[in-house]
Write a protein that binds this ligand. Structure first.
Ligand code: CUA
Length: 323
C-alpha cells in the first residue's frame, strides 16, 4: 500500500483545472447531502410523537418564496457546474496550434506510438516537458482508451476513425498509461508509461538509434519518419499513376491539399483533414471530387492503420507549389 495514493499526481497544465472542478462538485454534493441528512435527523427527534399528542399537525398548503428559492439555488449551482465543465472541456478538446503531433494506434493488446521525426515506441511514450503534445489516435481492432491519470486525460481510440487528445506535461518524470476500455483477455495488461524529459534530453533521445522491434507491423523501421514511409507507400501502391504532380485527367493533384475545402460531384463539400484523407483512400467512391470520374480503387484491407497515418503525413507535406 506504500505506493497507493487517493489522487494521482498532478502533472499537466489541465490537471489543476480538472481537480478544481472535481473538488467543487464533490464539495457541493457533500455540503447539501450532509445538510439534508442532519435536518432529517434533527427534525425526526425534534418533532417526534410525544405522550398526549393528538397526532395531527397544522396543514401546509405551500410556500411560494421557499419553493422559488429551492428551485433557483440548485439551478444556479448546476449552471456554474455546466459552464465551468464546458470551459474545461473546450480547453481539453482544442489542441494548441504549436502542439507536437504523435500518432497512436491501439491494438490488442499494446499501444503503438509514432513520432513524426521517425522514432516509434510500444507501450512507452517519451515527450518533452512544457510542450503541448497532440495525439492522433485510432485502433487496429476494437475500442481502446488512452488514459493517463497524472495528466487527467482519457480518450477512446476507435477503429475506423481518428480521435484526438492533447496534454502538456509540467513535471519531468514517469507516469502510468492505462487502457481504460475493456478490450479483451489482456486488457488489464495493456499498460505502459509516459516518460517526460527535459527538452534537450528529449532531442537526444529523438535522434537516438535504438529501435523497438514490432513483429506485428508491416513496417518495422524506426529510422524513417512517417512522411518518408508514406512517400514510399505512395509509389509502391501506384498512387503516382494518377496523383503525381499537377492535376491530371485521372485524378486531382494532392499538392497543398491538406486543410483545403473540397467540393464533391454530388454537391457536398468537406475540409481535407485526416478523416477525409483516410476515407478517400479506403472508400474513394464515397466522395468524388467535382470534375472527376469515380475510377479510384479502394485500398481497404491493403494498408494497415500505421500505413494510412504515414500516407496522410506524406500528403500533408506536399507543398501547394510542388505540382
Ligand atoms: Cu485496450 Cu483495454
Amino acid at each position: 500500500m506504500s505506493s497507493f495514493s487517493l489522487f494521482p499526481e498532478s502533472a499537466s497544465t489541465i490537471s489543476g483545472q480538472v481537480d478544481a472542478l472535481f473538488f467543487f462538485m464533490v464539495g457541493t454534493s457533500l455540503f447539501f447531502g450532509l445538510l439534508v441528512a442532519i435536518l432529517v435527523i434533527y427534525m425526526a427527534i425534534r418533532y417526534r410523537r410525544r405522550a398526549g399528542d393528538t397526532g395531527a399537525g397544522a396543514e401546509i398548503h405551500g410556500n411560494l418564496q421557499l419553493e422559488i428559492a429551492w428551485s433557483i439555488v440548485p439551478f444556479v449551482i448546476a449552471m456554474v457546474m455546466f459552464y465551468w465543465g464546458a470551459s474545461v472541456y473546450m480547453t481539453m478538446a482544442r489542441p494548441p496550434d504549436d502542439a507536437h503531433e504523435i500518432f497512436v494506434v491501439g491494438k490488442q493488446w499494446m499501444w503503438k506510438l509514432q513520432h513524426l521525426e521517425g522514432r516509434r515506441e510500444i507501450n512507452e511514450l517519451h515527450v518533452p516537458v512544457n510542450q503541448p503534445i497532440k495525439l492522433t489516435m485510432t485502433s487496429e481492432d476494437v475500442i481502446h482508451s488512452f488514459y493517463v491519470p497524472a495528466f487527467r486525460i482519457k480518450a477512446d481510440a476507435v477503429p475506423g476513425r481518428y480521435s484526438t487528445a492533447w496534454f502538456e506535461a509540467t513535471k519531468v518524470g514517469t507516469y502510468h498509461l492505462f487502457c481504460a476500455e475493456y478490450c479483451g483477455t489482456e486488457h488489464s495488461q495493456m499498460i505502459g508509461r509516459i516518460v517526460v524529459m527535459e527538452p534537450n534530453e528529449f532531442q537526444d533521445w529523438l535522434s537516438g538509434e535504438t529501435t523497438v522491434a514490432d513483429a506485428g507491423s508491416a513496417m518495422v523501421d524506426a529510422t524513417r519518419s512517417p512522411a518518408e514511409i508514406g512517400a514510399e507507400l505512395f509509389v509502391a501502391r501506384g498512387c503516382t499513376t494518377c496523383h503525381q504532380g499537377a492535376a491530371g485527367v485521372m485524378g486531382p493533384s494532392l499538392a497543398g491539399l491538406y486543410g483545403r475545402e473540397r467540393n464533391f460531384a454530388d454537391g457536398r463539400s468537406a475540409v481535407a483533414d485526416e478523416a477525409y484523407l483516410r476515407q478517400s483512400i479506403l472508400e474513394p467512391q464515397s466522395q468524388i471530387l467535382d470534375g472527376y470520374q469515380p475510377i479510384m480503387p479502394t485500398f481497404k484491407g491493403q494498408i494497415d492503420e500505421e500505413g494510412l497515418l504515414a500516407l496522410i503525413q506524406y500528403i500533408k507535406t506536399l507543398e501547394p507549389n510542388e505540382g
